[in-house]
Design a protein around this ligand. Structure first.
Ligand SMILES: *Cc1c(COP(=O)(O)O)cnc(C)c1O
Length: 487
């Protein structure tokens, strides 16, 4: 399936490559260090890529959170920020942007996405409630559980199939949603949550048809639909590409319809607009009033919500840019290219290509590493050693242990290589792909990991691991044998 990321550009020789529709005006020097230093860095970082230091990293593909490139208009907007504790003009410009882009009347600013999850969970989740959703996100689930809620993921089987050509793997299974509501009773359902470009299953979108169906069910039972809009721009882009009805619809109108079908929309501005921050929006005054009083308590006054006024200015501009096809298609175009190139070599990757990043299937890549020894974490470490490129483990390490202390094995073991918007060039992408191909040819050398230090919640952030054997050393030896002194 083609996203046609950078359409309408076509190539004479038929080989479709993504084209950067921007020029580079401010640059940051990168360091590609020798393999011995990379090996030492990952060892020091406890084989957890979160604990690496960017001085040791070449391409930082950990996340798209707060790492998208800002536009010239965003940076320049920061200069006219209005410093004020309350009533700042910067805030009103952001409010106007949210009203226009999301079509929402009531806005609550927060310092980042998880802060929205904190207040929403506190207000709307009671002990014993369930929250049906297409798929969880790490911080979402943690906040819901702390407040006594239970997350129910009701996706179609297709969602967690690595290889698929289903255009909307992020859809909620409507039959299962009906079953869950009648099984538990609507009064036990805190709300229904849909996540745009479902993060943990490979940035996979839901369709507008699915959202409309969810809306109908919610109306039937008097339930609230909550949209996690952290990756809404890309989801809208996929709706335009993959849902016949919308092929000639402007992204702006797709965004408006997505929000209109939701009662509450929250987002991490680190993803949507590449500035720190976030927001909660609704057209329902009751919902707004229930949440409002918690904002000054946890975030800050209602006209800044923990953000700096400069960030608020850049966020307002970034929101308008989310409606521009040539901007939001950039990351999907590069991901589609990377996924296509890896597939050609028979390297297992999540298909169809989604938003956010290229997701390598670590269980397919390293079938000899048992899931209890964290294949996705091992693959992330191995790729860093051989390339200096940093990805993120999205598998069992990002999950938790059950009451008996056993790992809850994740549905998928993914190495996520994020493509923050407009950050990396095509040649950098080709370097990454070259190193992945080398690693695949030498995959037998990669072994597993074990925890040596494990925090009780969200262990993937700070946890430290060690290799189960001296495989990292052997891998580096083979690299030197093949590449000599080359970086
Ligand atoms: C990143 C993210 C969050 C949390 O946002 P932060 O700004 O990192 O706190 C919530 N939901 C989804 C889907 C995300 O991708």
């Amino acid at each position: 399936m083609k996203n046609n990321g950078t359409a309408p550009i076509r190539f004479f020789n038929g080989n479709h490559i993504p084209v950067e529709l921007h020029k580079v005006r401010i640059v940051q020097k990168l360091h590609l260090k020798p393999i011995d230093e990379r090996l030492a860095a990952i060892d020091e970082g406890g084989y957890n890529t979160f604990l690496l230091n960017t001085k040791d990293i070449f391409l930082d593909m950990l996340t798209d959170s707060g790492t998208n490139a800002m536009s010239d208009n965003q940076v320049s907007s920061m200069l006219h920020a209005d410093d004020a504790y309350s009533g700042s003009q910067s805030y009103y410009r952001m409010e106007a942007a949210l009203k226009e882009v999301f079509g929402m009347e009531y806005i609550l600013p927060v310092h980042q996405g998880r802060a929205a999850e904190n207040v929403i969970s506190k207000v709307f989740i009671k002990e014993g409630d369930i929250i049906p959703m297409n798929y969880h996100f790490t911080t979402t689930k943690a906040h819901m559980e702390i407040n006594g809620g239970k997350v129910l993921e009701i996706y179609r089987d297709e969602a967690i199939k690595i290889k698929s050509n289903h255009p909307f793997k992020g859809n909620i299974d409507i039959d299962k949603l009906n079953d869950v509501i009648s099984g538990y009773g609507a009064d036990k359902v805190a709300f229904i949550r849909l996540e745009a470009s479902t993060n943990l299953i490979g940035g996979q979108p839901f369709s507008m048809a699915n959202l409309r169906d969810v809306r109908k069910i919610a109306d039937r039972h008097g339930l609230m639909v909550v949209l996690d809009a952290s990756l809404i721009g890309e989801n809208a882009w996929f709706i335009k590409q993959r849902e016949e009805e919308f092929k000639n619809t402007h992204i702006k109108d797709i965004l408006l319809e997505m929000c209109d079908l939701s009662d509450l929309v929250y987002f991490s501005s680190r993803k949507v607009t590449s500035t720190r921050g976030g927001g909660i929006c609704t057209n329902n005054k009751d919902i707004y009033m229930k949440l409002r009083d918690l904002i000054p308590l946890y975030e800050g006054f209602l006209t800044y919500g923990g953000m700096s006024v400069r960030e608020i200015e850049a966020m307002a501009v970034g929101l308008y840019e989310t409606t521009d096809d040539t901007i939001i298609s950039q990351s999907p175009a590069f991901i589609e290219y990377a996924v296509g190139e890896l597939e050609k070599e028979g390297i297992p990757v999540v298909t169809p290509a989604g938003a956010l990043g290229c997701h390598v299937d670590a269980m397919g890549f390293l079938p000899h590493v048992r899931q209890e020894e964290y294949p996705a974490g091992a693959l992330a470490s191995a790729l860093f050693i051989v390339s200096g490129c940093r990805g993120m483990e999205r598998g069992t390490i990002s999950s938790e242990r059950d009451e008996t202390g056993k790992d809850i094995l994740a549905d998928m073991e993914l190495l996520r290589l994020a493509f923050p918007r407009r950050v990396f060039t095509l040649s950098q992408t080709m370097f990454l792909l070259d190193r992945i191909k080398w690693l695949y040819a030498n995959r037998d050398l990669v072994g597993g990991l074990k925890f040596v230090e494990e925090p009780p919640v969200l262990r993937f952030f700070m946890g430290r691991l060690a290799p189960v054997s001296d495989w990292p050393v052997k891998l580096a030896e083979k690299f030197r044998a093949d590449f000599g002194d080359s970086l």
